[in-house]
Design a protein around this ligand. Structure first.
Ligand code: UTP
Length: 242
């Protein structure tokens, strides 16, 4: 006989990049938000657990720009960014509570706390934790602390490229790469407050330390995100441990 309490529900961790919450995406956002809510309901219905780490987007950008006018200390600017991520996390949390999902009523401030909350709720939503990294790294830490084997990094580009496509039009998309090879592209040094990259170098470093597989994909396409979560082939970059 199977003891119901011994059955571990599979846990999926997603970084919903701040880049998805910028004004450039504003027009599509109501539809995207609706699809995201549907996805959460679907996952919950299928007995999965979801940890979602939400980025700072527009409030982070505006907050950090405003704050820079009066101080420049990175630690303090990062704290402004973190406040913005928690605001966005609260919007998503309230939106899922509103449709009856079993979402943690608390926005955890550490990944250990979030992992514990995943024991008693189907969905836990959080933002940033401490200065020095972005929410990509928080998602990797949550995957580690909740014993998930992988973490999906949903951003506003379809793939990791072999160089920065913003400055090099010849940059080529990568479908499969190892964490070590990714670290050669991103480096492992922290980004400055509000700085953006396809994947946060600290997230890559922590994924290497904890052997967490990554899927990097365009989070605007929620069917692609669902493919990756379901373990189906997906459009994006699969980052293997080795
Ligand atoms: P984001 O995670 O939104 O970074 O955090 P981002 O780079 O803009 O988003 P994506 O993932 O590339 O789309 C916004 C800012 O908040 C601070 C940092 O200053 C970051 O740039 N932050 C966030 C922290 O210092 N610690 C955290 O845990 C999270």
């Amino acid at each position: 006989m199977v003891d119901i309490h011994a059955v571990v529900m599979p846990t999926h961790i997603i970084a919903l990049g701040g880049s998805l919450l910028r004004p450039e995406e504003a027009e599509q956002r109501p539809i995207w938000f609706g699809q995201l809510r549907q996805m959460a309901v679907h996952f919950e219905g299928n007995g999965r657990k979801l940890g979602i780490v939400v980025g700072g987007g527009l409030p982070a950008r505006e907050g950090i720009t405003l704050a820079r006018a009066s101080f420049t200390d990175s630690y303090r600017l990062d704290n402004v960014g973190i406040a913005a991520t928690r605001l966005n996390a609260t919007i998503l949390q309230q939106s899922l509570l509103d449709i009856g999902c079993d979402v943690s009523p608390v926005i955890p401030t550490t990944t250990i706390e979030a992992a514990e909350l995943l024991n008693s709720h189907n969905i836990v939503i959080m933002g940033g934790t401490t200065p020095g990294h972005t929410t990509d790294a928080v998602a990797v830490a949550l995957a580690r602390d909740s014993s998930a084997s992988h973490c999906v990094i949903a951003t506003n580009v379809s793939h990791v490229h072999d160089s920065d496509p913003r400055s090099n039009p010849e940059a080529k998309p990568i479908e499969e790469i190892t964490l070590g090879e990714l670290a050669e592209i991103t480096g492992t040094e922290a980004l400055g407050p509000g700085e953006s990259a396809a994947v946060d170098p600290i997230a890559v470093k922590w994924a290497m330390q904890a052997s967490i597989r990554l899927a990097v994909l365009d989070g605007r396409d929620l069917s692609g995100l669902e493919d990756a979560l379901e373990g189906r082939p997906f459009v994006g970059t699969l980052v293997k441990v080795e």
